[in-house]
Design a protein around this ligand. Sequence first.
Ligand SMILES: Cc1cc2nc3c(=O)[nH]c(=O)nc-3n(C[C@H](O)[C@H](O)[C@H](O)COP(=O)(O)O)c2cc1C
Length: 351
Amino acid sequence: MISTSNTPNFPPAPLKIGNLVVDPPILQAPMAGFTNYAYRQIVRDFGGAGLQATEMVSAQGFMNIGPDEETKEDHPRLWGVMDEARPLAVQIWDNDPETLAQVGRRLAQDYRVSVVDINFGCPVKQVTQRAKSGSYLLKFPDRVGQIVQRVAEACAPTPVTAKIRLGCTREQITAFEVAQAVEEAGGAALTVHGRVAKEFFKGSADWETIAEIKPYLKKIPLIGNGDLDSAEKVVHAFKTYPVDGVMIARAALGKPWLFAQAAAALNGETVPPDLNLEQERQLLMKHWELLVQRFEEPKASVLMRKFACCYAQGRPNVREFRTKISKIQSGEDFYRVVEKYFPRETTTVNT
Ligand SMILES: Cc1cc2nc3c(=O)[nH]c(=O)nc-3n(C[C@H](O)[C@H](O)[C@H](O)COP(=O)(O)O)c2cc1C
C-alpha cells in the first residue's frame, strides 16, 4: 500500500514492496564495508528495522562465483545471506541489464532473498567513471528503465527496487524522470538519498526535493533517506514529508538500536534509552565474536576497528579510544582497549 496523497504520511500506512510488508516502514540502508552479516545480526537483535540490506555487491564479481554452496559463501559480501532471517534485500550494481538480470535471478531463485535492490546512487569514481554504474546512470533515465525492466522480469515474483540520489549535480536533478522510469519498468519501490552525487555527503539532505518526487510515483512507495539520526527525526520525516518509508544509514552504525527507538516513537510507545557504557562494552564484544566466526584472527580484530570507532562516537575520551583501537592487531589488543574505555560496572555492596 502507498499513501496516494502528497501530504505527509503519519502515522504511516503499512509499507508494501511488491508482496512484502515492511513493518515498521524503517529500512536499514546498504553500506559498503559495514552492513555485513555481523552488523545485520546486531540490528536484527535490537529490532525495529522492517527491511535490512547487504552491502552493495558487484554483479560482475558475482558472475565469477561458482554454483556450489561453499564457493558462494566465499563471496565476502554474501556472508550469511543464504541462511539468515528474512526479510533481506541484496543490493547489486553494474550498468549492463543482462548481467544484472542474471545475478538478480540467482539471488531470487537460489538465495531466495526478499528484495533485489539496484544501486543507482553510488558516487565513488571507481563505480561511476570506471564502471559507468551507480550514480553515473542517473544521467540516463531510459537506461535505468531498461535495467529495472530486465531485472524485474528475471526476478519475478521477487520485488526489484532502486536506490538513487537526486541526480549527478544540482544543475541536473534527474530524480523525477528516473522515478518515472523505475515505476514504468516494474520497479517495486524507490529509495531516494536527498543529495546529488557531486555532493557526496556534504551539506544536508534535501528532503524538500525528495517530497517533490512523490507525484511522479502513482503505484510504488517512496522511501526517503538522508541525515535521520534520531527517533524524533524519523517521526518528523513522516509528519512533514509524503514518504511511505524511511531509510537510515550512518547514524545506526554507532547506534544499531536506533531502529528500535524510531519504531517505538512511530508507534507512540516509550522510546528505549541509549545503551550505557556497560551494555555497549557487551555489544562490542558480541560484534567482535560475530566477526571472528567468519574472518578469524587477526583479520576479525582489524575489521572490528572501524565498527568500534563508530560505537565510541559521543563516548568519553573518544579520540584517545579511536587512536588506540586503530592500532589493534589481535583479540587481546581489542579486549584490553575495550576494557579500559568501556569499563565494567562495579556494584558497591553496602554492608
Ligand atoms: C560507508 C558508507 C557506505 C555506503 N555504501 C552504500 C552502498 O553500498 N549502497 C548504497 O546504496 N548506498 C551506500 N551508502 C549510502 C547510504 O546507504 C545512505 O544513502 C547515505 O549514507 C545517506 O543516509 P544517512 O544520512 O542515513 O547516512 C553508503 C554510505 C556510507 C557512509
